[in-house]
Every structure is written in structure tokens, then in C-alpha cells.
Design a protein around this ligand. Structure first.
Ligand code: NAD
Ligand code: TYD
Length: 350
């Protein structure tokens, strides 16, 4: 049996990961290490919360003493590092938390691994979950490969780039066993309604304006979250130590086309008038430093480890719209702050 620390396991991708992997692998113990920020939601973990091979540790990864205690208490074999501040717009409004969690927090975890695993590195692994945004923006042609030069644009992507460099440096300098994945934009159930797809689904349902930055011509490569989780698990188990794997959906779309499709799916699912929903679209001031295009070449992962995405954008988006239609309680909780009140009442300052 291995003990696997999953940092950020109460966030969007981490919770999807735990919901997939905890029931499938009773032989492993999964410890969710999460500070429970605004982006976390324990309701996302309800299906696995009572499982014997799952536990939650409310820990801030940037708190050195708390992380040292966590390592002493749990004696992990593997760390899968999802925890981060993850939203570009927030990083423009307030970059400090991004440096604190994404850069310093990653440093604290790496140091904890180095110290705790000293002299017994066999079978140990630090898996770093990162983003394609570290590569900056593409023009109309080309794809990001694992060799693309780092050129981050936003405080978010710069902080993730810094964390990637720290992980590789701990590998080269201290021999820390690590792997890295850089993934494109994820979408799916449990995503906090600040990112494009859940914002557009929920605003359409509530007949609120659909704010499209600039002209809506920026391109993102969308991947269904469970396909990302399966890719990470594949790399953790079968990837080569010290290697980086790009993960992408091979599914480039302009934002405006994503919004149009969401509006159509909501109209189909609810019987609403399509023209009324289309009229909700508004073009708003562009994001400063807005990357034009992301597109990923994930052929290394496909060739070497046989991973391919299972969902098409069409099937994944339909599932996602349905999930937001069917999960009012989850949505109300994140929107009203009732969830945050619950955390305060139940966890206090612990
Ligand atoms: P999220 O914002 O939904 O969740 C982040 C989680 O990290 C939350 O549960 C939060 O409470 C936790 N967290 C934040 N600061 C913490 C701290 N100091 N200590 C402990 N926990 C803390 O993020 P997400 O979308 O699930 O992204 C997860 C990871 O995947 C991030 O590292 C992100 O950079 C990366 N990633 C995301 C995408 C995407 O499209 N969402 C794409 C590629 C890579
Ligand atoms: P986002 O979901 O924030 O992801 P990222 O910036 O990490 O790619 O944004 C995806 C794209 O959608 C990006 O080009 C910005 C754009 N966008 C909007 O046009 N309107 C919105 O309300 C949001 C949140 C994003």
C-alpha cells in the first residue's frame, strides 16, 4: 500500500481526481491536503468522504511547520501536487496569494519531501500538476511541445512557471524523483463558477449577461477534466522519472464558439428561447496581457503511455451542462457563501 498526498484535492481537478481514484484503488491511502480556500468545496467530496482509504487534512502548503507535521504524521510515498491559486483574472487583481501558494507553497512541499525522504528515495515521487500557460501565447500556427520555451504572461502563469522550475531544480540538484504534466484548459463538473465554461452555463441559466473578453477570438484547447485525471494517473504510474508530459484535448476553439455552443445546449436542455439566450452575449473590455491562443501537442503522452482522451468536446460539454442543471445545491452553496460559513462553523481557525 502507498500513502498518496493529494494537495488541493477539494478544488475542481483534485476533487474529480479523488472521486475517480479513491474507489478504484482501495490498496492506496489518499490524503487530501487542502487549505479550503474559496475555490474548495467539501460537498464535491461527499461521494468518497466516508471511504476507509480517504482522509482530509486541512493544511496550508505554504505553512512549513504544518507541512512538516503532516509528513511526519502520514509518511507519504507519493505527492500529487494540485494545490494552487488557479484563476488568471484573480492573479491580475491580487498576485500576492499566487506567489505565496504557487511558488512558496511548492517550495515548502519540495523541501518537506527532500527532508522526509532523505536516504530512502526508492519508490518515492513528487508529481507536479501544471498548465500549458507557462509557454505563453501562440500565434495562429503551431503547438506547444515539451520543448517550447517558457514565456508566461500573467501572474498566474508566471507563478506556475516558477513552480515548474523549482520542481526540476529539486530533481537535478537534490535527486528528488519527480514527474511533471502541463495541461490545457479543463472543463467539467465541480468547476468553480469563475472560469469561462461554468460562468457561461450559470449566467445563461440565470439570464445574466455573458461577458466575452475582447472579440471572443482567443483560442483555448479544452480537455474534459476526467481525461486530465486519467492522464495524471497514467503518468504517475507509468511515466518516466524526471520527464514532462503535455496533456491536451486536441480541441481548439474560439471563446465565442464555446459560448455559442453552451447557449444552444442550455436552450435544448431547458426549452428556453434560443434567440433570447443569444442576446445575453456582451463583449467586454479585454483582459490585460490576454494570451491569444493555446494549443497542445500531447503526442509524447499518447505515443509513450498510450493515453487518449475519451470525451469529445461535444460529449463532455453536454455532460457538463447537464451536471450544472442537476446540482443546484452545490451551485447555491458556492454562490451564496453558505459553504464558506459552514467551513468557518465546522473548522474554525484549525
Ligand atoms: P482550483 O482553484 O479549483 O482548486 C485549487 C485547490 O487548491 C482548492 O481546493 C484550494 O483550497 C487549494 N489551495 C489553494 N491554496 C492552497 C494552499 N495554500 N494550501 C493548500 N491548499 C490550497 O484549481 P483547479 O482548477 O482544480 O487546478 C488544480 C491544479 O491544476 C492547479 O495547480 C492548476 O494550476 C492546474 N491546472 C489547472 C487547469 C484548469 O483548467 N483548471 C489546467 C491545467 C493545470
Ligand atoms: P478562463 O476560464 O479564465 O481560463 P484561462 O484564462 O486560464 O485560459 O478563461 C478562458 C478564456 O475565456 C480566456 O480566453 C478568457 C475568456 N473569458 C471570457 O471571455 N469571459 C469570462 O467571463 C471568462 C471567465 C473568461
Amino acid at each position: 500500500m502507498s500513502t498518496i498526498l493529494v494537495t488541493g484535492g477539494a478544488g475542481f481537478i483534485g476533487a474529480n481526481f479523488l472521486r475517480l481514484l479513491v474507489p478504484r484503488h482501495p490498496e492506496h491511502r489518499f490524503v487530501n491536503v487542502d487549505k479550503l480556500t474559496y475555490a474548495a468545496n467539501l460537498a464535491s467530496l461527499a461521494p468518497i468522504a466516508e471511504r476507509d482509504n480517504y482522509a482530509l487534512a486541512r493544511v496550508d502548503i505554504a505553512d512549513e511547520a504544518a507541512v512538516a507535521k503532516l509528513f511526519a504524521d502520514t509518511d507519504p510515498d507519493v505527492v500529487i501536487h494540485f494545490a494552487a491559486e488557479s484563476h488568471v483574472d484573480r492573479s491580475i487583481l491580487g498576485p500576492g496569494e499566487f506567489v505565496r501558494t504557487n511558488v512558496h507553497g511548492t517550495f515548502v512541499l519540495l523541501e518537506a519531501c527532500r527532508k522526509h525522504w532523505a536516504g530512502r528515495l526508492d519508490g518515492k515521487l513528487f508529481h507536479h500538476v501544471s498548465t500549458d500557460e507557462v509557454y505563453g501565447s501562440l500565434g495562429p500556427e503551431g503547438l506547444f511541445t515539451e520543448e517550447t520555451r517558457y514565456d508566461p504572461s500573467s501572474p498566474y502563469s508566471a507563478s506556475k512557471a516558477a513552480s515548474d522550475h523549482l520542481v526540476r531544480a529539486w530533481g537535478r540538484t537534490f535527486g528528488l524523483p519527480f514527474k511533471l504534466t502541463n495541461c490545457s484548459n479543463n472543463y467539467g463538473p465541480l468547476q468553480f463558477p469563475e472560469k469561462l465554461i461554468p460562468v457561461m452555463i450559470l449566467n445563461t441559466l440565470e439570464r445574466k449577461p455573458l461577458p466575452i473578453y475582447g472579440k471572443g477570438e482567443n483560442v483555448r484547447d479544452w480537455l474534459y477534466v476526467e481525461d486530465h485525471c486519467e492522464a495524471i494517473w497514467r503518468v504517475v504510474n507509468e511515466g518516466a522519472l524526471g520527464e514532462t508530459y503535455n496533456v491536451g484535448g486536441n480541441n481548439e476553439m474560439k471563446n465565442i464558439d464555446v459560448v455559442d455552443r453552451i447557449v444552444e445546449l442550455v436552450a435544448e436542455a431547458t426549452g428556453a428561447d434560443l434567440e433570447e439566450l443569444r442576446a445575453l452575449k456582451v463583449f467586454v473590455t479585454d483582459r490585460p496581457g490576454h494570451d491569444l491562443r493555446y494549443a497542445i501537442d500531447s503526442s509524447k503522452l499518447q505515443r509513450e503511455l498510450g493515453w487518449t482522451p475519451r470525451e469529445t468536446f461535444e460529449s463532455g460539454l453536454a455532460k457538463t451542462v447537464r451536471w450544472y442543471l442537476e446540482n443546484d445545491a452545490w451551485i447555491d452553496a458556492v454562490r451564496t457563501g453558505a459553504y464558506r460559513d459552514w467551513i468557518a462553523a465546522n473548522y474554525g481557525d484549525r
